[in-house]
Design a protein around this ligand. Structure first.
Ligand SMILES: [Zn+2]
Length: 454
């Protein structure tokens, strides 16, 4: 019997099912999987009983620097405590977005000093800056994110259609995906103006001024562009069933389009926006209850490639600015510390989703879509990245305990079944069930596939 540096025991969520077994790990890599227990000998053994051991979860949609007072340290501590072993960070940093290889490399250097979990980096382009796509891909961008909606003229601009086409062509050559925030600014801008004139500024107005068509019409346009350019298109934060139905129809035509939804769109609806106001404001908005229900049905049926958090840690002042006028509140919610447990509760604990489906949506599919080697599965040769969830633990979400400064969530006070009790990266514990135990700098840069393929 050979001895491993580490043996981990529990209910292993493998590609084809969950089995009680054990893993032999050397140098941070899985070497052996046994579906018996007591067959592997470890210099150290961690026994998680009948808790699920998932492949390390990956959140492909995180904003560490939208609020620059947060950054990698707080946000990756949140990720570790929430069960995420890898996050992919969005490029709309404040004050300067990641639009050049130079800025990209500076951000890599920063994450290598400060990250506690592994981090891949999205890149974006400035208006007129599409020629930066190839240098950014070579610098290690995990993918590109662009917007059809002008959230900010410099930091988060709307890229005009002809430049989107150019970006899709250029990115297509790198093999990297181009993702879009897809909302129509003309419809939304006009409706907000009308509503404001009429004094209709209560929370529900946020949903009404961003009707489903303002999302679906932009997604349609992008998919037609992907058809002609053969680029890999990804639609982030799909909020409405109509949108995923359209995506399905283009997929059946052979267009390379993938989609994610974010956990609030399947767990909350516009009634929460009405009750909680700015706490539940995000773009696109929460939808009608029957739409949220249909979104969940589509998730279970496999229509979505992954679920992400769209974690945006705004502090209270940015949210409170919209107390009397919903349009003035910053959109976005923190999610890293609660999403894994919330989806487990709604899906696996309630028997509506198998542990394998859960692992696909939160680990395997993001690893495959972004071409992250050595992650996304519990298999020999893969990194010993694990998220351990106790399926019987009951707990209550307390926003005051969040590790980000954004102590705001519409899920505050909610009871949850299923709790992250351990997070491990490359064979090292990063979260032990109560504390984050690794220091900033433990996390590694996850380079995009265009920079590693050479
Ligand atoms: Zn986002």
């Amino acid at each position: 019997m050979s001895t491993y540096q580490l043996v981990v025991k529990g209910c292993l969520v493998l590609e084809n099912g969950a089995v009680t077994g054990e893993l032999g790990i050397n140098d941070g890599v899985i070497e052996t999987i046994s579906s018996d227990q007591g067959t592997l000998k470890g210099a150290r053994t961690l026994d998680f009983g009948d808790a699920y051991i998932f492949p390390g979860l990956i959140d492909a949609h995180v904003h560490c620097y939208t609020n620059p007072e947060e950054g990698f340290i707080n946000n990756t501590a949140s990720a570790a405590a929430g069960g995420f072993t890898t996050i992919l960070d969005m490029p709309y940093d404040s004050p300067d977005p990641i639009t050049s290889a130079e800025r990209f490399k500076d951000k890599v250097a920063l994450l290598e000093k400060e990250a506690i979990v592994d981090v891949g980096l999205w890149a974006t382009v400035a208006k007129g800056g599409a020629q930066q796509i190839v240098p950014l891909a070579e610098a290690g961008a995990i993918a590109f994110k662009l917007s059809t909606f002008e959230a900010d003229p410099y930091r988060f601009p709307r890229i005009p259609d002809h430049e989107v086409l150019q970006a899709l062509h250029l990115a297509g050559g790198t093999g990297l995906m181009v993702a879009f925030h897809a909302e129509n600014g003309e419809i939304i801008g006009h409706m907000i103006e009308e509503y404001t004139k009429e004094g209709k500024v209560a929370p529900r107005a946020h949903m009404e001024t961003r009707p489903p068509v303002s999302e679906s019409i932009e997604v349609l346009k992008l998919m037609e562009m992907a058809y002609w350019t053969r680029a890999k298109l990804h639609i982030v934060h799909v909020s409405h069933p109509r949108t995923i139905e359209l995506i399905g129809s283009f997929q059946r035509q052979g267009v390379q389009v993938t989609a994610e939804t974010c956990y609030p769109y399947i767990l909350k609806d516009v009634s929460d926006l009405e009750q909680l106001g700015t706490k539940a404001k995000m773009n696109p908005p929460l939808r009608d209850p029957e739409d949220a229900k249909r979104m969940w049905e589509y998730v279970k049926a496999g229509a979505f490639n992954m679920i992400t958090s769209d974690h945006v840690p705004w502090d209270k002042s940015k949210k409170n600015a919209g107390k009397d006028n919903i349009f003035k509140a910053a959109p976005g919610l923190p999610g890293l510390e609660i999403m894994a447990s919330l989806i487990f509760d709604r899906g696996v604990a309630k028997g509506e989703m198998t542990p394998v489906q859960y692992a696909q949506l939160l680990s395997q599919h993001p690893a495959e879509l972004f071409g992250i080697e050595g992650k996304g599965r519990i298999a020999p040769g893969y990194d010993a990245d694990f998220t351990v969830i106790d399926p019987r633990a009951h707990w209550v979400i307390d926003e005051q305990k969040f590790r980000t400064k954004a102590k705001i969530t519409p899920f505050h006070g909610q009871k949850v079944q299923g709790k992250v009790i351990h997070t491990m990266i490359r064979g090292c514990t990063v979260y032990d069930g109560s504390e984050v135990v690794q220091k900033p700098g433990f996390g590694q840069f996850v380079a995009g596939s265009a920079s590693t393929k050479k």
